[in-house]
Design a protein around this ligand. Sequence first.
Ligand SMILES: C[S@@+](CC[C@H](N)C(=O)[O-])C[C@H]1O[C@@H](n2cnc3c(N)ncnc32)[C@H](O)[C@@H]1O
Length: 287
Amino acid sequence: MTGFAADWLARREVYDARARSRALATALAKALPANPRLIDLGAGAGSLMRWLAPILARRQRWTLLDDDPALLGVAIERSAGWALKQGWAVKPIGKGAISIAAPAGAIEVHTLRRGLTAKLPLAGQDAVLCSALMDLAGQAWCRRFVASVAKAGLPALLCLTVDGRLAWRPPHRADRLVDDAFHRHMTRDKGLGPALGPDAAQALGALFADAGYKIRMGKSDWRIPRNDAAMLADMIGGHAGAAEEAWPAGAPTIARWAARRRAQALGRRLTLMVGHLDLLALPPAGR
Ligand SMILES: C[S@@+](CC[C@H](N)C(=O)[O-])C[C@H]1O[C@@H](n2cnc3c(N)ncnc32)[C@H](O)[C@@H]1O
């Protein structure tokens, strides 16, 4: 298990929803059949389903795959709460699964506890999806992933892959040092090989293009405003902690940077942009 906190996934959900590329989601929707079956790899608490299902707007069946059973439980809870808030009835359809009576067609949500190093269960699916996952993966895993998606002839929508662009405003003279250390930390092995981190989206684009796929990329940047001090504090803490692990000798510089950034966040004088890319890969015609 990889240890992503449900609270953190909830805090980022609003930024994810604002950032995701609607153009790519709409293009995927056009490529899908009437009652699609979709698998969301590393689905966490299920935020991609809650954003994408209404855009697909038809009867659909989701499999949320993750190796963290607690997060999968939260995914079902949050998805049921999300549906009820919109006035849509929800009923359980077995262990870890619900059916949501959405007006455009029922949304079935199933959960599957499975690690991503196991063979991916792609048989019977109409699309492979993920969100905030691919920067955790290594080159060899990505190569195997693209090969299995291409073999199954499926479209893929890979959302919110960090691409290395970061803009703290106002700038600080240590930004570059701290950001570089943070990005070095991103490339550590998270269980899927030495992670590609900010290079993942481009690497996956190239792999899919080599497999004959049509590729579209869209920016899906987070824009954290000055009035969200809590989110900025999370970002500063996470950034500084990771940077220090990657650059222990830089601890004093990082501590000074973090103290300054915290003061700015509290004083509502800080904003942050975190660059991400969404990638849509459509299989060659006739598959
Ligand atoms: C950054 S979170 C993103 C969660 C969700 N997709 C979202 O957008 O909110 C990464 C997710 O990938 C899952 N994950 C990471 N490595 C995994 C692995 N080897 N096998 C299965 N799930 C994994 C984690 O448990 C976590 O839920």
